[in-house]
Design a binder for this molecule. Structure first.
Ligand SMILES: *Cc1c(COP(=O)(O)O)cnc(C)c1O
Length: 439
């Protein structure tokens, strides 16, 4: 109470002649819940900006504190309809660590030092039919590690149609160079045949350590094209590594009651790529696998072991939080429980159900819409969905509510696609949209 009185004293006539006290301002912002040093920063910025006739210093400081809070990592409601939204961390996955010690590198059977790669990676290998697997920070580092461990100062044959750039600067030729492997381009942009690879492997001047297939995740080559299957590549005398990217574990989707959705057609899957003869596959943890950011290398045990022994493996290893989350994810796959995997739960939602939810939110117009897988996967694929449309662009206002709501705008209409919204957030959506409609 005393502070409020002193605020009144400061904000009233005194304020017009004195710069406000930083300390006092910071104390008055304690209700924001931010730690004191950050409140001091907010107060300092406000005090510096303050001048006679400007808005009251406390108002300025509150706006600063609000900006600091907004800049922090926080949950958001994804109503964009993009299932794997790069800016929203791709696949949603619950963070659930109660702050306990874990047997990260302890073998409980012997009491000896164990490997962090013994838990989740083993289960992931089991789930995709691989002999072994290891986990690194992302798929980019998985590819880097494979190349460094298996092809250092040697040639790696890649089709010219697969020299891709994946969003965020993952460029195959550059990753190759960084890893110390030499890129040996084969075929042409639109057509590559098995004979092209064979020629490269048989060339007495070459030293091909492996053939790498890179999935054209985010683009398509159509028209006069020809490419080589994994099964064909397996006829060659060198190991075949497939960077399948998105991390579909099994094309049959046994974790979904209705089997694979029609929009998944032609997406390479880890199990089938290995069955076709790939010696190793590399894929992301946070695309169609539906887990936390990670990169998985799965396949032949001897090659996985070479990767695990390489010094880069240590630099690229994930922490216990990620490995714990991946273990939960692998167990869900092994139980064939797609409902326990948020990405698959959302992807499999029925349009009629989404429409009913849109109707019960009761603000705006119920519309049919199209969701997309996103995350640089499945270009051109659309998934029928339903949501709400409001006239005008309300994105900025929706980002200001807590938790912020991300929507998209088409034809001057704000569209909220319910496929990517957890049903638990419908009430928050209803309140926030109703508030918008009132202003
Ligand atoms: C997405 C992708 C990558 C990069 O994966 P990150 O996990 O983002 O590092 C590499 N290769 C392919 C084919 C991809 O689709």
């Amino acid at each position: 109470m005393a502070r409020v009185v002193s605020l009144a004293g400061m904000e009233q006539p005194v304020e017009r002649t004195h710069p406000p006290s930083v300390d006092e301002l910071a104390r008055l912002l304690a209700d924001t819940g931010l730690p004191h040093p950050l409140l001091v920063d907010a107060a300092r910025t406000a005090a510096a900006a303050w001048q006679p006739g400007a808005p009251p210093a406390l108002e300025l400081a509150r706006a600063e504190a609000d900006a600091i809070a907004r800049a922090m990592l926080q949950p958001v409601v994804n109503a964009t309809g993009v299932l794997l939204h790069t800016n929203l961390g791709r696949a949603p996955w619950p963070a659930s660590d109660p702050g306990r010690y874990r047997n990260l590198e302890l073998d409980l059977a012997t009491g000896e030092r164990g490997s962090r790669q013994a838990h989740a990676p083993t289960l992931l290998a089991r789930a995709c039919g691989a002999e072994a697997a290891i986990v690194v920070n992302n798929c980019a580092s998985a590819v880097m590690l494979i190349l460094g461990a298996l092809a250092h100062r040697r040639d790696v044959a890649v089709s010219r149609s697969e020299l891709v750039e994946i969003g965020g600067g993952f460029r195959v030729p550059e990753v190759m160079e960084q890893s110390g492997a030499r890129l040996l381009e084969v075929g042409t942009t639109n057509r590559t045949r098995l004979a092209d690879y064979r020629q490269a492997v048989d060339d007495p001047d070459s030293d091909v350590a492996l053939v790498m297939q890179v999935h054209q995740s985010n683009y398509k080559i159509v028209g006069f094209t020809e490419s080589v299957t994994t099964a064909q590549l397996a006829e060659l005398d060198v190991p075949v590594v497939a960077d399948i990217g998105s991390g579909l574990l099994d094309a049959a989707c046994p974790w979904l009651a209705d089997g694979p959705p029609p929009w998944l057609e032609n997406e390479p899957a880890a199990r089938q790529t290995l069955e076709a003869g790939a010696d190793l596959v590399a894929f992301s943890g946070d695309k169609l696998l539906g887990g936390p950011q990670a990169g998985i290398i799965a396949g032949r045990a001897d090659l996985v072991a070479l990767c695990a022994r390489h010094p880069l493996a240590r630099a690229l290893r994930p922490g216990g939080l990620v490995l714990g989350a991946l273990q939960d994810l692998a167990l869900a796959y092994l139980r064939r429980d797609g409902d326990a995997i948020p990405f698959w739960r959302l992807a499999a939602l029925d349009v009629a159900e989404l429409r009913t939810r849109a109707e019960s939110i009761g603000v705006g117009q119920v519309v049919e819409t199209m969701s997309v897988p996103g995350g640089g996967t499945l270009p051109g694929v659309e998934i029928p969905s339903a949501g709400l449309a409001l006239a005008g662009d309300h994105r900025a206002a929706l980002r200001r509510v807590t938790p912020p709501i991300m929507a998209r705008v088409t034809d001057d209409q704000t569209i909220l696609d319910l496929r990517t919204v957890d049903p638990g957030d419908d009430a928050h959506l209803a309140t926030s949209l109703a508030a918008l409609a009132c202003t």
